[in-house]
Design a protein around this ligand. Sequence first.
Ligand SMILES: [Zn+2]
Length: 62
Amino acid sequence: MKTDQTAAAGNRAVGNYGLVICPSCNEIIDTLPTNGVKRMYSLCESLNCREPQVSKTNAGEE
Ligand SMILES: [Zn+2]
Protein backbone atom coordinates (compact mmCIF):
# COMPACT_ATOMS: atom_id res chain seq x y z
CA MET A 1 0.00 0.00 0.00
CA LYS A 2 1.44 3.32 -1.02
CA THR A 3 0.05 5.08 2.02
CA ASP A 4 2.47 3.10 4.18
CA GLN A 5 5.28 5.33 2.99
CA THR A 6 3.63 8.34 4.54
CA ALA A 7 2.95 6.48 7.75
CA ALA A 8 6.54 5.30 7.98
CA ALA A 9 7.82 8.81 7.43
CA GLY A 10 5.47 10.02 10.13
CA ASN A 11 6.76 7.48 12.62
CA ARG A 12 10.33 8.32 11.87
CA ALA A 13 9.56 11.99 12.31
CA VAL A 14 8.85 11.47 15.99
CA GLY A 15 12.11 12.60 17.49
CA ASN A 16 14.76 14.99 16.37
CA TYR A 17 13.42 15.58 12.95
CA GLY A 18 12.06 18.62 11.26
CA LEU A 19 8.75 18.22 9.59
CA VAL A 20 7.87 19.74 6.27
CA ILE A 21 4.13 20.14 6.24
CA CYS A 22 1.82 21.28 3.50
CA PRO A 23 -0.19 24.19 4.90
CA SER A 24 -3.03 23.42 2.56
CA CYS A 25 -3.74 19.74 3.23
CA ASN A 26 -1.59 19.26 6.34
CA GLU A 27 0.23 16.34 4.78
CA ILE A 28 3.76 15.65 5.95
CA ILE A 29 5.75 16.12 2.79
CA ASP A 30 9.20 15.37 4.08
CA THR A 31 11.34 15.12 7.15
CA LEU A 32 14.68 16.72 7.72
CA PRO A 33 17.41 15.69 10.15
CA THR A 34 17.58 18.66 12.49
CA ASN A 35 18.41 19.27 16.09
CA GLY A 36 15.05 19.25 17.74
CA VAL A 37 11.63 19.08 16.26
CA LYS A 38 10.91 21.85 13.84
CA ARG A 39 8.05 22.51 11.53
CA MET A 40 8.37 24.04 8.14
CA TYR A 41 5.69 24.67 5.62
CA SER A 42 5.87 24.00 1.93
CA LEU A 43 3.20 23.26 -0.58
CA CYS A 44 3.05 19.65 -1.67
CA GLU A 45 2.87 18.51 -5.25
CA SER A 46 -0.90 18.37 -5.30
CA LEU A 47 -2.40 20.67 -7.89
CA ASN A 48 -5.13 21.59 -5.44
CA CYS A 49 -2.52 22.91 -3.05
CA ARG A 50 -0.41 24.64 -5.64
CA GLU A 51 -3.29 26.63 -6.99
CA PRO A 52 -3.71 30.05 -5.45
CA GLN A 53 -6.02 29.90 -2.50
CA VAL A 54 -9.26 31.49 -3.55
CA SER A 55 -12.05 31.91 -1.08
CA LYS A 56 -14.47 29.23 -2.05
CA THR A 57 -18.16 29.32 -1.50
CA ASN A 58 -19.24 26.19 0.25
CA ALA A 59 -22.25 25.45 -1.84
CA GLY A 60 -24.63 23.10 -0.15
CA GLU A 61 -22.86 23.28 3.17
CA GLU A 62 -25.63 25.16 4.87
ZN1 LIG B 1 -1.01 19.78 0.02
